[in-house]
Design a protein around this ligand. Structure first.
Ligand SMILES: *[C@@H]1O[C@H](CO)[C@@H](O)[C@H](O)[C@H]1NC(C)=O
Ligand SMILES: *[C@@H]1O[C@H](CO)[C@@H](O)[C@H](O)[C@H]1NC(C)=O
Ligand SMILES: *[C@@H]1O[C@H](CO)[C@@H](O)[C@H](O)[C@H]1NC(C)=O
Length: 316
């Protein structure tokens, strides 16, 4: 009898377990339904917030990348852009852009936002606070890993990861990129676009305002160019023109806000002792900047963090 009771007990337990399991299956809502149709992540950049500050600055109608469809600039934007880094030797914008699109892809990229998409992006700055951070694995888990200028991965994988899907650069900060990595040019002048053409063809542009690399290794099918209107938008709207021009890192963060569903930043700002240096430089180059880098860009980043629009990993 006792044996039977025991047996019945486990039988009941099993039945209850099965019922509970079925209920779980039925009532579990897929993540992409929870987030009200904006994206399939837990939080989506595009999601409406009550932040008046964010809503006023964030303008998805500004396209980050230059294409053959959108390259004509309004007089206002052309004038702004021409004033950034004046150069006497540069060519005719229209002719240069036409040449660009005969060499590089002309596709509208990243207009694939959908309730089913959860694109996670990591933007990696070059701060020394990455040293000893062990962020490498976490960084590599992101769909896009966007790196800036000369920030290397080789030899620093533990702290900065090994994956690079995009590298933002300009002629004076250029380096070789892998065949699988997108090269994203931040053009601050027409000559920068001419340099890009030259670097893949004649290799005869050797100087801008200083000596530059005449050639770079990169995949011609993976080249993108930031739109001058996007640079103006980042500079005037996001930075209220508080700097001469936006840094590549800050351009990359706002780019990520436009093309990703979730954005994390690593390696921006000073280290825990208030020193600022590149993670790949000898530490004798340390510059003391105080507990916070104090730059307007960094303050804007922290505001984005407070508004829950980006994650900020501060390192060590
Ligand atoms: C610039 O180039 C375009 C196309 O090649 C040409 O139509 C235009 O006349 C040129 N403008 C100037 C000021 O030379
Ligand atoms: C680089 O990638 C392109 C396709 O984007 C491919 O055609 C080419 O063979 C690759 N080159 C190397 C060296 O792997
Ligand atoms: C580079 O070469 C091209 C074509 O050969 C030429 O049109 C251009 O003026 C040259 N640029 C410089 C800076 O030498």
């Amino acid at each position: 009898m006792q044996v039977l009771m025991h047996y019945r007990g486990s039988y009941l337990t099993a039945v209850i377990c099965v019922i509970l399991f079925c209920m779980l299956l039925v009532f579990q809502t897929p993540v992409d339904e929870v987030s009200e149709g904006m994206c399939a992540c837990k939080d989506c950049v595009r999601q409406q917030t009550h932040s008046v500050w964010f809503n006023e600055l964030y303008d998805l109608s500004v396209q980050p990348l230059l294409t053959q469809k959108n390259y004509v600039l309004s007089e206002d934007i052309f004038k702004y852009w021409k004033g950034l880094q004046k150069n006497k030797r540069e060519g005719n914008y229209t002719a240069v852009v036409e040449k660009l699109f005969s060499l590089f892809p002309d596709k509208t990229q990243y207009s694939d936002a959908s309730p089913k998409r959860c694109r996670t992006c990591a933007v990696i700055g070059n701060s020394g606070n990455l040293k000893g951070s062990h962020y490498g694995h976490l960084i590599d888990l992101h769909d896009f890993v966007i790196r800036i200028n000369m920030g290397p991965t080789k030899g620093y994988e533990n702290d900065v990861g090994s994956k690079t899907t995009h590298r933002f650069l300009y002629p004076e900060s250029a380096m070789d990129v892998d065949n699988s990595t997108y090269l994203v040019l931040s053009p601050f002048k027409i000559l920068d676009m001419e340099w890009l053409i030259s670097a893949f063809t004649t290799k005869n542009i050797t100087r801008t305002y200083k000596r530059v690399r005449t050639s770079i290794k990169a995949n011609r099918h993976k080249v993108m160019i930031l739109h001058p209107a996007f640079i103006k938008y980042v500079h005037k709207t996001w930075l209220l023109k508080r700097a001469k021009y936006p840094s590549t890192g800050f351009l990359a963060i706002i780019f990520a806000l436009h093309v990703c569903d979730q954005v994390s930043t690593f390696g921006f700002g000073a280290d825990q002792y208030g020193n600022w240096y590149h993670y790949f430089e000898k530490t004798s180059h340390k510059i003391r900047t105080g507990a916070h880098s104090g730059s307007f860009e960094f303050d804007t980043m922290m505001q984005l963090y407070l508004e829950n629009k980006i994650q900020v990993y501060r390192g060590r």
